[in-house]
Design a binder for this molecule. Structure first.
Ligand SMILES: [Zn+2]
Length: 323
């Protein structure tokens, strides 16, 4: 059921909606514009479906309609570096050609200045891995759905294509955490487990955490069975196939865990809607984007050039307590 986006929603929503902006690069990222200003020490974003979005601004989305039977299993082998319009698949466990996928990961490492990246096969569980010093290159750790670190230069990565990437920044502790949250992980308590880890290992309470529910399938597109509603603790729907807004459920759970509503935001993007610049599993895409979160290395200069310089100037105008 396609509908226009960013979707207008009733204002009763407890979390502010934001639209991620393009950060150009060899691997364009959609980044949280408020966080880019408030947390210049953080690198954050979600890769986009087509490497060419930075050039065309996403205006040729009509040419990239999904749901056709040829879309599933389609794995173009080029287009890692933007401008080609080819799919920018980052999936390591999906059967995509390894060489092309690894080239994209390496380009992203160069763009962000993070020489170390961590990732894992995701299992819809609640385990969150704490990373201290990590080796250069791409580190694959045992299966889990969340990562956390205070180590500058270590880029956390989860793959998504409808599930919710949950970005968490704890400014006082200078810590970051990134979760992959599908309905099973949410029902299993991955958000609560992650917030408990933040407090235990970093001394950061949920009320200090800034959280963003990134690009994911929206509350009108995500039709699920009654058992999913029940597993999430929602009222049993009267009819089958009623949709669930997983990001709304996550926001409610974050608030229940003590989060400050002023620190919660939700992406206005739906991965499933027809004009989305992201892969959608439900939409028949085999590809995966990755969400990334890390702490910029202290010695990292000016990779994206003007983009970072602009945001440094913005930062210098911010009151110190907001940084
Ligand atoms: Zn949607």
């Amino acid at each position: 059921m396609p509908h226009p986006q960013p979707a207008a929603r009733p204002d009763r929503e407890p979390a502010r909606r934001v639209t991620e902006e393009i950060r150009p690069g060899r691997i364009p990222l959609r980044v949280h514009p408020e966080w880019a200003r408030a947390f210049p020490w953080v690198v954050q974003g979600t890769t986009v479906r087509a490497g060419g979005e930075a050039r065309d601004g996403g205006r040729d989305r009509a040419a990239r309609t999904r749901t056709g039977p040829t879309r599933a299993g389609h794995h173009p082998t080029a287009g890692a570096d933007g401008g080609t319009g080819e799919d920018a698949d980052f999936g390591l466990f999906t059967g995509a050609p390894a060489g092309a996928v690894m080239n994209r990961w390496e380009s992203l490492a160069e763009d962000t200045g993070c020489g170390s990246m961590v990732h894992a096969r995701q299992v819809h569980g609640r385990a969150v891995t704490l990373h201290e010093a990590t080796p250069p290159g791409l580190l694959l750790v045992p299966p889990c759905d969340g990562h956390a670190t205070r180590q500058a230069g270590t880029l956390l990565a989860v793959s998504v294509a409808d599930c919710v990437p949950v970005f968490v920044v704890a400014p006082r502790a200078r810590a970051v955490m990134l979760l992959h949250a599908g309905w099973r992980g949410v029902a299993g308590g991955i958000l609560e487990a992650g917030l408990a880890m933040l407090e235990r290992d970093f001394g950061a309470h949920a009320r200090e955490a800034h959280m963003h529910m990134g690009p994911a399938i929206c509350g009108r597109c995500y039709e699920v069975g009654r058992e999913v509603h029940e597993a999430l603790g929602l009222p049993r729907p009267a009819s089958r196939g009623q949709p669930v807004d997983l990001r709304r459920v996550l926001v409610d759970r974050a608030l229940a865990a003590g989060a400050d509503p002023a620190h919660l935001t939700t992406s206005s993007f739906c991965t499933r809607c027809a004009d989305a610049p992201f892969f959608s599993h439900r939409g028949g895409d085999a590809g995966r984007q990755i969400a990334v979160l890390g702490i910029t290395p202290d010695d990292f200069g000016s990779p994206g050039g003007e983009w970072l310089d602009d945001h440094r100037r913005e930062r210098d105008r911010q009151p110190v307590e907001d940084r």
